[in-house]
Design a protein around this ligand. Sequence first.
Ligand SMILES: NC(=O)c1ccc[n+]([C@@H]2O[C@H](COP(=O)([O-])OP(=O)(O)OC[C@H]3O[C@@H](n4cnc5c(N)ncnc54)[C@H](OP(=O)(O)O)[C@@H]3O)[C@@H](O)[C@H]2O)c1
Length: 254
Amino acid sequence: MSRAVALVTGANRGLGYETAKQLLARGWSVLVAARDRDSGEAAARALGKGARFVALDVTERESVTALSKQLDAPLSALVNNAGSSFDGFDVSVARRTLEVNYRGPLRVTDTLADKLAPGANVVMVSSAMGELSRFSPELRRRFLDESLGRSELAGLVSEFVERVGRGELGGFPRNAYSVSKAALNAFTRIAARELEPRGVRVNAICPGWVRTRMGGNGAARSLEQGASGIVWAATLGEGGPSGGFFRDGRAIDW
Ligand SMILES: NC(=O)c1ccc[n+]([C@@H]2O[C@H](COP(=O)([O-])OP(=O)(O)OC[C@H]3O[C@@H](n4cnc5c(N)ncnc54)[C@H](OP(=O)(O)O)[C@@H]3O)[C@@H](O)[C@H]2O)c1
């Protein structure tokens, strides 16, 4: 039997690398996607048999398209893990953060959608920082509206950037990372609806606060603990949940 194939973005280090490691230990093949060739190739070498480096910058349309053309075997899992947190708070930080953490996974998921095997799992590595309790009740209502579609979500995201420029946040948190993850969560619900007819599950995961370059040395959780919830969502079988937000395999509030 051929091995299940996963593609993990930002797999050269941190949670992406550990997710690849745990999937390989389960007998999967893993495409180790990274924007930096040297560290991506080094990671694939360190991970060993079944791991292969593929170049991917999630913010570059050409890079995502080139990767898509290169894929032969269908993917059993797509793990949208790559993410960034930038210092400061202004329009440029808001734009760059949304580009990596929200538009990146959206672009990768849309471009690779026809490479997903029936019954595949798409995992959005999100964060409790994206919880809607950080937003005004009115924005919470707009994000959670059942009829929220792609254009309404794009509108909410543009409104945030405009408001940051005006210095008048109108109920959005003063944190671009939080807004990017809330938008990613909303896209998770939309993509889950869209891909349901093909039996593809789409879930958002909070790994908890994990010791990585982003999380810092003082974080409460190990890489192994953080990645295990991602691997849980990447390996769900028939009848598994879709369109949810989970930590350690348990549903949490949006
Ligand atoms: N650590 C935590 O406590 C925590 C908590 C909640 C959620 N998360 C989420 O978990 C995910 C992984 O974070 P981490 O903690 O493992 O952080 P990390 O060690 O800083 O790793 C981030 C990864 O994303 C990659 N990346 C950034 N921008 C990219 C782009 N444009 N294209 C492709 N790859 C890109 C980085 O590549 P380079 O090496 O090239 O920079 C790196 O591989 C992120 O989505 C993060 O938001 C982390």
